[in-house]
Ligand binder design. Structure first.
Ligand SMILES: [Zn+2]
Length: 316
């Protein structure tokens, strides 16, 4: 057990914003409400290596995974195959993506395993409006009471449960349980929760309503003080139903290219993606860690190549 986690037992968090070194530890009343308390026994399963032991590349979407720290206040609480990201804050927490419907209890278990009360989650955000990333939104919105926040295009899909007719995969995704959308955000809009800021980036391409999010992940009080820029970037994969051709939809391709260019310029010390393996998360953990200032640029390049390959194939 690392020293960091030895200090976890019985100790409360939380920092917000990007200056944890100078912020006083939260008052007793605050810590009671938002504390993260883990036993030393549990702490070993919070390491990134525990995820590698349980999960494989492109693993099952509903396979239980142990939660682990991405960096400081930012945690992975998803399944082996689908990400769900929990960001801890003094005034409540933020969850990005919920996963397939069957993942709801797994994500909730992971949140509780960290000592977090799901009802302290204030915002439920998303990457894109497909059942493998928002299929559990209805269940998690109910369990947490969090505000569901999404893009204008995705809002229609979440509210109806039906994938947009403009979606390249329109006819191949099952319907989802509808969920009430509480707030719609525009490109560049910043959500503020207790001083912690989350910037919404509209990155359409894979779906019309796809989004990416950036924020500063900051260390917990007992960790060496540091903040890093996290980018949770959408899949942006150019896949579709069999009869859909991107070349027939120049506006979609133009959106795609704008999104790719945007991703390359995001503040990005640590990249995470809705399918962990799309950005090589397991390999990157194996190779020494997820901090990589070039990750978003590299990811954008890879996506651009995939899009170009797809368009070339359609022209043949
Ligand atoms: Zn998708």
């Amino acid at each position: 057990m690392s020293g960091k986690f030895a200090a976890l037992a019985g100790l409360a968090l939380i920092t917000a914003g990007c200056a944890p070194a100078t912020e006083p530890v939260a008052s007793a009343a605050e810590t009671e409400r938002t504390s993260v308390v883990a036993s030393p026994e549990l702490a070993t399963s919070f390491r990134q290596s525990a995820f590698l032991e349980k999960c494989e590349d492109f693993d099952e979407w509903d396979k239980p995974a142990p939660p682990f720290e991405l960096l400081g206040d930012t945690w992975y609480v998803g399944t082996c195959g689908i990400s769900a990201i929990l960001v801890l804050g003094e005034d409540g927490h933020v969850l990005i993506d919920s996963g397939v419907e069957a993942a709801a209890p797994l994500v909730l278990d992971n949140i509780r395993a960290l000592g977090i009360d799901p009802r302290d989650i204030r915002y439920l955000l998303m990457s894109h409006e497909h059942f493998d990333h928002v299929g559990a939104h209805a269940a998690l919105a109910e369990a947490t009471g969090a505000q569901v926040i999404t893009s204008p295009e995705a809002a229609k899909v979440l509210a109806s449960g039906k994938v947009s007719a403009d979606d390249p995969q329109a006819d191949i995704h099952p319907a989802m349980k509808p969920v009430k959308v509480d707030r719609i955000v525009s490109d560049g809009e910043v959500l503020n929760l207790g001083g912690k800021e989350f910037t919404a980036h509209l990155t359409p391409g894979h779906t019309p309503g796809a989004m990416s999010w950036t924020w500063n992940a900051c260390s917990l009080p007992w960790q060496p003080p540091v903040c890093r820029r996290v980018a949770y970037v959408d899949s942006l994969s150019p896949v579709s139903a069999d009869d859909y051709r991107f070349t027939d939809h120049p506006a979609v391709v133009a959106d795609f290219r704008r999104s790719i260019a945007k991703v390359a310029t995001l503040p990005c010390d640590l990249l995470a993606t809705p399918h962990p393996s799309s950005s090589g998360m397991l390999d990157r953990i194996k190779d020494g860690g997820l901090l990589d200032g070039a990750a978003c640029v590299d990811y954008a390049k890879t996506i651009e190549e995939r899009l170009n390959d797809r368009l070339a194939k359609e022209r043949r």
